[in-house]
Design a protein around this ligand. Structure first.
Ligand code: GLC
Length: 421
């Protein structure tokens, strides 16, 4: 990947250089972490700068892992709040970031705000304050190797977890017999962090275990569907998935997949465009919706937004950059070049966007059906609830008794809810 590194350095240097040498206005945007995502952001920023030569922009990469990124943001706001102007915000953080953000209702026209999916605007609004502008939607998909399914006689991609297990095992056994000793059936995210909350919620929902909170807002984990989902995932560890899958995040799973060392992968949509540009994977990758556990298929709703820090010295210019990066042209480019699903309904009618992300066709439906983490209901408490949840899931992956751990997590969550009522 030397060329990628060089391309990156070539893009970063002029930006940094200009920031130091000219123009009184210097904006810093924190978020996009590495690889393709960072490259796309740098290109967007460069386009902005061509239009606004008087504004310099630094791109400050932060960890890709959402939980680690949140910790970095916290330390920024604690230690040096004026050091960033614009930040990338996870779809589950509006309540957590609200106190640091400008109210974008005061800076954007209604007609601009209305161009995004209303559900995302509602998600990003806390007590009437528009905390952030939607930038892209993340939805998980199941990646599979079309060539290997064919080689082992499977006519179609799996629709259920049981089918996935059967195929993953058969392909893994076969590939290992042919000498690929570190080939794995299925890679996903098992590290104790926000990504495990997404994976576990999908196992839970797809086995009929409901969401983390029930319709009345009470924790609802200690049930047979949730236990079945967690037991199933724990049976994959060291069997069809690497033993250290319990420390994998999205990038770890993607790294194995990119090397051609796995038959299936759960990940968000952006690895699709990476595969399309990869000489080895290019013609081999298929994408389907996540498998069902006999109940339904479930896909966690993820995604990222941009907000302006209320500590920014240049709020007007920062809003200009947010407006530019989230506009239709930029979202279109990021969809076509990077498989980042847009937050603007208009782009779901764009033939080039649709052909570059064929699985995007049913996004309206997926958005209506997506597994939504209960961040709106929980507000500031979401973080500790999610942590209690992912810790329980992680223990079960490591062999703990699911019924016991789920009962404990349910109590912990009850206490969190009562504590802060
Ligand atoms: C992706 C999603 C985000 C989620 C995170 C978990 O970045 O967009 O919503 O919280 O993954 O790892």
């Amino acid at each position: 990947m030397a060329w990628r590194a060089l391309a990156l350095i070539a893009l970063i240097l002029p930006l940094v250089g200009t920031a130091c040498s000219s123009g009184p206005v210097v904006l810093t945007i924190a978020g996009s972490s590495q690889g393709q995502e960072l490259e796309l952001t740098l290109q967007g920023v460069e386009r902005f700068r061509k239009r606004h030569p008087d504004i310099s922009v630094n791109v400050r990469p932060t960890p890709a892992n959402s939980t680690e990124r949140l910790a970095v943001y916290r330390s920024i706001f604690e230690n040096n709040p004026g050091s960033v102007d614009i930040l990338q915000m996870d779809v589950v953080w509006p309540a957590l970031m609200a106190e640091y953000a400008l109210d974008l209702n005061d800076h954007l026209r209604d007609s601009e705000i209305e161009q995004h999916f209303p559900k995302l605007i509602a998600n990003n609004t806390v007590d009437g304050k528009l905390v952030a502008v939607p930038w892209f939607i993340d939805l998980p998909v199941l990646y599979y190797r079309r060539d290997l399914l064919k080689k082992y006689g499977f006519a179609e991609a799996p629709q259920t977890w049981a089918e996935l297990e059967e195929m993953a095992q058969a392909i893994q056994d076969g590939e290992r017999q042919e000498g690929d000793v570190d080939f794995w059936g299925y890679v996903w995210q098992g590290r104790p962090y926000e990504g495990l909350t997404c994976n576990a919620l999908e196992w839970q929902l797809s086995h009929g275990g409901g969401n983390i909170l029930d319709d009345e807002g009470k924790p609802s984990l200690n049930n047979p569907g949730t236990a079945a989902g967690l037991y199933r995932a724990s049976s994959w560890v060291a069997k069809i998935s690497p033993p250290d899958i319990v420390q994998f995040d999205e990038d770890d799973a993607h790294a194995i997949w990119r090397q051609g060392k796995a038959a299936f992968m759960r990940n968000w949509t952006s690895p699709y465009s990476v595969a399309k540009q990869d000489p080895f994977l290019q013609d081999k990758v298929g994408v389907v919706t996540m498998p069902s556990g006999g109940y339904s298929s479930a896909a966690a709703l993820g995604g990222w937004q941009l907000f302006v820090s209320r500590f920014s010295s240049y709020p007007k210019q920062a809003v200009q950059l947010v407006r530019f990066l989230t506009d239709e042209r930029e979202q279109r480019r990021r969809a076509i070049d990077g498989s980042f699903a847009p937050t603007r309904p208009a782009l779901y009618k764009d033939s080039e966007v649709l052909s570059s992300m064929p699985f995007l066709l049913s996004i309206d439906q997926i958005l209506a059906e997506a597994a939504v983490r209960p961040s709106t209901e929980l507000g500031l408490r979401y973080e500790s609830v999610s942590q209690a949840y992912w810790k329980a899931a992680h223990d079960v992956l490591n062999g703990a008794n699911a019924e016991l751990r789920l009962a404990e997590a349910e109590k912990e969550i009850q206490a969190i809810l009562q504590d802060q009522e």
